[in-house]
Design a protein around this ligand. Structure first.
Ligand SMILES: Cc1ncc(COP(=O)(O)O)c(C=O)c1O
Length: 376
């Protein structure tokens, strides 16, 4: 058996090496490295795949969020609602732009924002809800969009961990993650479900005005060269990365399916385990398992388990070991211990197991048997 990795990008590359190498060579041969043909081609293909009107490529998923926030022309005292059990990007860019993060607790098992807690967090300053599809499954978007409509708020959908996931509304209409809200953002960080070989990101919208503005912001605030219409940033998707992504986009559904098969294997093995809970499934969303994350019960010493797995050659990760409301950077918001009990509990009891496109049944069997044995 090969070494077990959290994510095996080299083996994934080897299977499509000829296509990737040829895509890279073509960029080099044309030597149009900045905003070359591949950037537009990939953006067009991704827009088709997601069935969205505009895909605006940019340098990474954090920039995508920053550009999205910047395009909304928020008042300087605006507040935005965001889950605390989350990657830092949305909170950081909103706060960096001077807006106030208002944290909302999460749902046990699902790991996404508890939408029943949103309305109580809304004030007259609230302007945006950031919905994050954590670990590969959509947040309860229908409820979030209903609340947004009621209070006239924007919704930014961070789909960095859930590209390719589908969400079905109660009326039966299915949409891709990232295309339900006013703006969707994603990251093409190498380990993401659609990852490049460096940094990359993109923004999605169906709104003509927002699209125009976000494209302008990402390009130094210019529509015409050397004419600055607004304050912008420089955020470009590298042409080599776009060429790589254009190849990998053809495999995205296959890659997500491979991840789902791993998750099914883990689910079946651990569904009745007395000490661990498998991830809960939202019936309105497919789950593309960017991470396969277990909740451990309090009898388990997580650090010890992590070490024991490691000793057997099994990596595992803790996403995220501290919720954002308890981080030093956000201490000025004065949340404090005990304010978001589920987020705090999750940060203490989650453990993510290896899941990627190159896992074999032999690996899954070995991981499951080893974990079971350790927990006995
Ligand atoms: C949910 C989420 N949002 C945003 C990002 C930021 O993406 P990037 O690293 O490309 O800036 C990440 C990256 O891990 C993420 O997981």
């Amino acid at each position: 058996m090969k070494n077990i990795l959290m994510v095996d990008l080299f083996s994934q590359y080897q299977k499509i090496k000829t296509e990737i190498d040829s895509a890279i060579s073509q960029v080099i041969e044309k030597s149009a490295f900045i905003n070359g043909y591949a950037v537009k081609e990939f953006a067009d293909n991704l827009a088709k795949y997601l069935e969205t009107k505009y895909v605006i490529p940019c340098a990474n998923g954090t920039d995508a969020l920053q550009i999205a926030f910047s395009a909304l022309d928020l008042p300087t005292d605006a507040e935005f609602i965001v889950p605390s059990f989350n990657y830092v990007a949305a909170v950081e860019v909103g706060a960096f732009l001077g807006y106030k993060p208002v944290f909302v607790d999460s749902l046990e098992g699902f790991y996404n924002m508890d939408t029943s807690k949103i309305e109580q967090a809304i004030t007259h300053k609230t302007k945006v809800i950031v919905a994050v599809h954590l670990f590969g499954q959509c947040a309860d978007m229908e409820h979030i969009m209903e609340i947004a409509k009621k209070y006239n708020l924007y919704v930014i959908e961070d789909t960095a961990q859930a590209i390719g996931a589908k969400y079905t509304s109660k009326n039966g209409k299915t949409k891709s993650a990232g295309t339900i809200a006013h703006i969707g953002t994603t990251s093409f960080f190498p380990s993401k479900n659609l990852g490049c070989m460096g940094d990359g990101g993109a923004i999605f919208t169906d709104d003509d005005e927002l699209a125009k503005k976000m494209r302008c912001i990402a390009n130094h605030g210019q529509e015409v060269k050397y004419t600055y219409k607004m304050i912008g940033i420089n955020s470009r998707l590298d042409t080599l990365q776009a060429a790589i992504l254009d190849v990998k986009l053809n495999y995205l559904d296959q890659y997500n399916l491979a991840r789902q098969k791993c998750a099914d294997y883990y689910d079946n093995f651990f569904k009745n385990h007395p000490k661990i809970s498998i991830p809960a499934r939202n019936s309105q969303s497919s789950h593309v398992f960017h991470q396969y994350t277990l909740s451990l019960d309090e009898r388990i010493d997580r650090n010890r388990l992590h070490k024991e797995l490691q000793d057997k050659g099994i990596p595992s990760m803790i996403y995220y070991s501290s919720p954002l409301h308890l981080q030093e950077a956000y201490a000025y918001l004065a949340w404090g211990q005990g304010t978001l009990p589920v987020a705090e509990k999750l940060s203490q009891n989650v453990l993510s197991l290896p899941i990627h496109t190159e896992m074999t049944e032999e690996m899954l069997h070995y991981i499951c048997m080893s974990l079971k044995e350790i927990l006995e």
